[in-house]
Design a protein around this ligand. Structure first.
Ligand code: MEV
Length: 304
């Protein structure tokens, strides 16, 4: 019997979510919350892409029933369905475990794992950019751009400055999944192309503003960049009323906030990335005690 344990981090989109699906650049970062997957097998594994499944959860069920699979165990610290990369972490960890057991090769073959994980992300979300699985595979801070569905360009950013006063805040689980949110934006783009393109162009400017933060260490512009990104996300309709209200309260108290993933329309919009230099000022907004720390991580997928 062969076995492998692999772990993969969660992620946050710092700038450019949704626009990245249409070829605009995005900035993403891996976080310290991880998913761990252990796979025990006896015999040969089939090609992962030949297994028929409707989504990742279904694929896990299909895999668990394979005669060559003795055990598949998954534990995750990443909040599910909250824009924190839980499905990308599962796709990447599963791809890495599968790759090692079926090829017998040691060491992380990041490009192979990432390409396979992208196929699984497509199964889960329909039309993903590939940014989530890429940052989860490589870790750290990543500048990412999808040129075509086959060609993605990305660069791991080195010497990223420490950015203080960042937090996470849960606005509640969205009722829509990432694929549905991406589809809603596609529908809006059909109906109102100018409006959506303007929002995407604006998000591109924000992402490029973040590059200045990354290269010059000028972190003073961070709150403004987060605010601008949020305004553009409002224009493409991916922030729920509940999340809008919370973000307005944070802004009124001198801070800034935005969603971390695909967002959500009718109830929660998942986790927010919050900037506030004096969190005591958030007491009135009833938000201070709910803030969580955010830790970024250089560590992408790894065999344990
Ligand atoms: C979801 O985490 C990020 C989106 O931009 C979709 C994608 O990039 O595939 C909304």
């Amino acid at each position: 019997m062969n076995s492998v344990t692999v772990s993969a981090p969660g992620k946050i989109i710092i700038a450019g979510e949704h626009a990245v699906v249409y070829g605009y650049p995005a900035l993403l970062a891996a976080t310290d919350k991880r998913l761990r997957l252990t796979l025990h097998i006896k015999g040969d594994l089939p090609d992962l892409n030949t297994l028929r499944a409707q989504n990742l959860a279904h694929l896990i069920k299909v895999i668990s029933k394979l005669s060559s699979v003795k055990k598949l165990d998954i534990k995750s610290e990443i909040p599910a369905g909250s824009g924190m990369g839980s499905s990308a972490a599962l796709a990447v960890a599963l791809s890495a475990a599968w790759h090692k057991l079926s090829s017998g090769k040691d060491g992380a073959h990041y490009d192979v794992i990432n390409d396979q994980a992208f196929q699984l992300e497509k199964l889960q979300h329909g039309n993903p950019s590939g940014g989530d699985n890429t940052v989860v595979t490589y870790g750290g801070w990543l500048w990412f751009r999808k040129e075509t569905s086959q060609i993605k360009v990305f660069k791991m950013l080195a010497n990223v400055p420490t950015i203080d006063h960042l937090y996470l805040l849960d606005t509640g689980k969205p009722t829509e999944n990432t694929g549905q949110m991406v589809q809603q934006v596609a529908d809006l783009r059909e109906r109102q192309p100018e409006k959506v393109t303007a929002a995407f162009e604006g998000m591109q400017q924000v992402a490029r503003g973040w590059l200045e933060v990354m290269t010059s260490g000028n972190t003073k512009i961070v709150p403004d960049l987060i605010k601008q990104n949020h305004q553009h996300l409002l224009d493409i309709g991916v922030v729920s009323n509940r999340a809008k209200k919370i973000i307005s309260q944070i802004e009124e108290a001198g801070g800034a906030a935005k969603i971390t993933g695909a967002g959500g329309k009718s109830q929660g919009s998942g986790m927010l990335l919050v900037y506030h230099p004096q969190v005591e000022k958030l007491v009135k907004a009833n938000v201070k005690d709910k803030l969580q720390s955010v830790e970024f991580s250089e560590q992408g997928v790894r065999y344990e």
